[in-house]
Design a protein around this ligand. Structure first.
Ligand code: AMP
Ligand code: GLY
Length: 435
């Protein structure tokens, strides 16, 4: 885009993609789709330069952590996605907690860092509080264990902490132990251009594998958002407080000489003290990206260019005031014993006729409409309606056109599950919460 104008529209785009795996969705949309290690910064930058790419967008935390943005920018390519130093917000839980502490940022959480398993044990034995135990680095969302949730006793917490330190889970021989937050979670994603931060609609995602919010953690099983961009247990002023937390984090980085450009995504717990930060990610949420991008009315390309140029205040970013529900089709037995190679047949025309969007995660394409499961999540279905209820029903209707064996949480987006959050929040605010 030699000239940035808001009438650059998607039809003028040529999309080139690099990914570790071949993805049927990306393949369909891309002029060229390369299968190559996403985190091979030098290769990605050289290839992008060779192809005379105008703008790069980095999707995942692994390449961000590997410095792919640094390499692309060094090659003169405007890039959406923070450089390695700024991506530490996601790649190091310790970095974020220390930054928030140093700058006294509201919404922060008390924490300790242990590299010595004996000190960790002494600490856990001598307190009756509950904690969340977190490896320092990336674990694909599967390394956090919370006492009272995944850890049934102090001994289990000690054993888990020891194994994280000993096996260097998440890449370093240490563990972050932070106060256990009690409340209801929400995701706040934002566009950031180094200084200005523009929020997207709030999303609730569900990370636990089974219905009724039980079972092991997964990458996430689905999500919903409301037409007003808020949630039944998060008011506009709560949202603004959460946004202030993210804004303060971005300003703190800047003050430390580390500008942040790209998508920023805070996971918050709505607690009796207001929104508190569970973790920050340096990218869109999965599945939250699908909820919000399905509603974005402004051309995404324009938003991307504005982020790379520090020009977010110059464009108006609008989201349709509609509800979304996303549910993930995953292999039977997911996440512990996923059944791989199991066929899934999709009637795309019928699904799309219902107004439901299909996003491919990790599936192999067998033929035109037949896919095979891998060990990961397979396909996301997103319904967009005037209410969460309507969007939820759309997804369920679309499932009639997905044939095969799979595991899916039918409860996501239902009134009953949402009501549970509302009631739990009431208990939290009354000081009698259990989770
Ligand atoms: P994370 O990988 O940091 O997103 O953590 C995964 C999940 O663990 C979060 O979505 C929360 O449900 C839970 N979690 C993380 N930190 C805490 C905490 N301090 N207190 C309670 N739950 C937490
Ligand atoms: N929604 C969880 C994640 O993207 O990390």
């Amino acid at each position: 885009w030699r000239d940035w104008s808001s009438d650059v529209c998607s039809s003028d785009l040529q999309l080139l993609t690099v990914a570790n795996n071949s993805n049927p969705g990306l393949q369909r949309l891309s002029e060229q789709s390369k299968r190559h290690a996403e985190s091979d910064a030098e290769w990605v930058a050289n290839w992008a330069k060779e192809q005379a790419v105008d703008l790069a967008v980095i999707g995942g935390e692994e390449p961000l952590g590997a410095g792919v943005a640094d390499a692309l920018e060094a090659a003169g390519i405007p890039t959406v996605g923070p450089r390695q130093a700024a991506a530490q917000l996601e790649t190091s839980k310790l970095f974020t907690r220390e930054l928030m502490e140093r700058h006294a940022i509201p919404g922060r959480v008390e924490f300790r860092f242990f590299a010595d398993p004996e000190l960790l044990e002494r600490f856990l034995v001598n307190t009756d509080k509950q904690f969340a135990l977190k490896p320092v680095g990336l674990t694909s969302g599967k390394g956090v264990k919370v006492m009272g949730v995944q850890l049934a006793s102090v001994q289990e917490a000690i054993d888990y902490g020891r194994s994280v330190i000993h096996d260097r889970i998440g890449g370093s021989a240490g563990i972050v132990v932070e106060e256990r937050l009690v409340g209801e979670e929400f995701s706040l994603q934002a566009f950031v251009d180094g200084e200005t931060i523009v929020p997207m609609p709030l999303v609730r995602d569900y990370k636990l594998a089974y219905e009724g919010d039980t079972g092991p953690n997964t990458g996430s099983m689905g999500s919903y958002s409301q037409p007003d961009g808020l949630l039944p247990y998060v008011t506009a002023s709560d949202r603004d407080r959460a946004l202030e937390t993210l804004h303060r984090v971005i300003r703190a980085l800047r003050a430390d000489g580390i500008p942040y450009r790209g998508i920023n995504y805070g996971q918050f717990m709505m607690t009796v003290e207001g929104p508190r930060l569970v973790e920050i990610n340096a990218r869109f949420g999965d599945p939250e990206a699908m909820n919000v991008l399905a509603l974005l009315e402004t051309d995404f390309t324009d938003v991307c260019i504005a982020m790379t140029r520090g020009k977010l205040p110059d464009i108006k970013i609008a989201f349709a005031p509609r509800a979304t529900v996303c549910k993930y089709v995953t292999p039977l037995g997911y996440p512990a014993h996923p059944k791989t190679g199991s066929p899934l047949q999709l009637d795309m025309a019928k699904i799309e006729a219902l107004g439901v969007k299909v996003f491919f995660a990790r599936v192999d394409q067998e033929s035109n409409e037949t896919y095979k499961t891998t060990s990961s999540r397979a396909i996301a279905l997103v319904g967009i309606g005037d209410s969460v209820m309507e969007a939820e029903r759309m997804v369920e209707a679309a499932l009639a056109h997905v044939v095969g064996d799979y595991h899916l949480r039918h409860d996501i987006g239902t009134q009953a599950l949402i009501q549970r959050s509302v009631e739990n929040m009431q208990r939290v605010l009354a000081g009698v919460a259990v989770r």
